[in-house]
Design a protein around this ligand. Sequence first.
Ligand SMILES: *Cc1c(COP(=O)(O)O)cnc(C)c1O
Length: 496
Amino acid sequence: METSYHSTRSNTQGFESKQAILMGIAPDGGLFVSDQIGNNTLDLSTVCANDYHANARLVLKTLLPDYTTEEIASCVEGAYGSQWDTSAITPLSPIGTDWLLELYHGPTCAFKDVALQMLPRLMSAASSTAGDGRNVMILTATSGDTGKAALDGFADVEGTGVTVFYPDGKVSDVQRLQMVTQRGSNVAVCGIRGNFDDAQTGVKKIFSDPDFAARLLANNTVLSSANSINVGRLVPQVTYYFDAYAQLVRAGAVRQGDAIDFCVPTGNFGDVLAGFYAQQIGLPVGKLIVASNANNVLTDFITTGTYDRRRPFHKTISPSMDILVSSNLERLLYYLSGGDCELVAAYMHDLANKGFYTVSASILEALRATFDCGFADDVATSATIRSTWNELGVLIDTHTAVGKAVIDARASEGRQRVCLSTASPYKFSSDVLAALGASTAGLDGFACMDELEKLTNTKAPQQLSGLRTATELHTDVCDQDKMEAFVESACARVFL
Ligand SMILES: *Cc1c(COP(=O)(O)O)cnc(C)c1O
């Protein structure tokens, strides 16, 4: 039996990647990592000749070795099918002298689709291998984007269900409609009276209630999470780093073997960590540039070596990056420390208890060898949306604009640079419209979409514009103390 994965905080217990994906988080609270990464590097000529699907199969087989070739082929086919509006899945386009990697062509118009269309299929295959017939109920609290991507990914996937809680009245019109119109026989959506933290706290309580877990288990059901710390979300993202490289080589923009840079708008550090994994398995990466908004805890960390979450939280126009504890960083610390679980556990202990930690000089040096950083506040972000549209004719969303602002402020080091574009501008129509200098006074989400179409002569994706006539299927709203009951009835409805 393959036991290639273990916790970042101890390596005494081994797990197959299938187990790691079903569990999500290690029993000691650490994240699952593999020491075999880097043992197998991908052949670049093959990568450059491959299409997206073939590269996805190659990456998944390398990083999730206990999945069979057939399982991987079927997961890839299902995850990257006609629900994408281009068969290229993540096409690359020029933006000035740099490149934009368009990660928003999936069903919910944000990059989380790349991973969340795949994760349910990986879970489903893993649970049929486990052979215990258990159903997996995914439980998620969302501030807007993740919930819809999880719903869409898990809808009607056999052996799974998905329950999403969102803060009622605290998500945008479009975000709410994306969730409450979700179809599928195994989905449940409920608003919470309170804010995102209340929803999140409620979900954490449900996960840590042993009586509840026992009741579900009696009905052959386990809870799991679709959070970005799941290794099944990380691995699918490695593919598009390789595929972007292949596209550049085929376009004649780089010679096979030349290193390239990536600039990544970052929140939980998952997306940019996938770039590090790509480098570990053979992609010629120069620099990974970590782009933050006003919540620039990572900029400070990469600059000084001290991670300090004791700072004000800023609500920005790039809300999916409003994060002060970037969970996936724990994996990077594991690798940069040479696999020192005790040290990682000590850092995480300090972060939880004192609110900060400082890494050793050797870790900081290793970090700086690959990673660089920068940040853009809302003013700089809006200015970048405007200048990118006015000067280059490219419309970008608020998250992508953070990356573009950071890359614009740097001198090129002579390598081709790829900016990861993480959402359709139409997902954030109101802030994008305002950035272009138009008035948004009195306009709801759809009116902003219409104005943005008129002003830029571009088209909103059908998945978003079509919401205005979609039927609202999920009308439940409850208090935090009723969340558990909601999950229990969802499990009964979906699985019994
Ligand atoms: C989640 C998200 C991000 C941040 O990605 P991480 O993997 O958390 O770093 C950036 N942009 C958009 C649009 C997102 O939804």
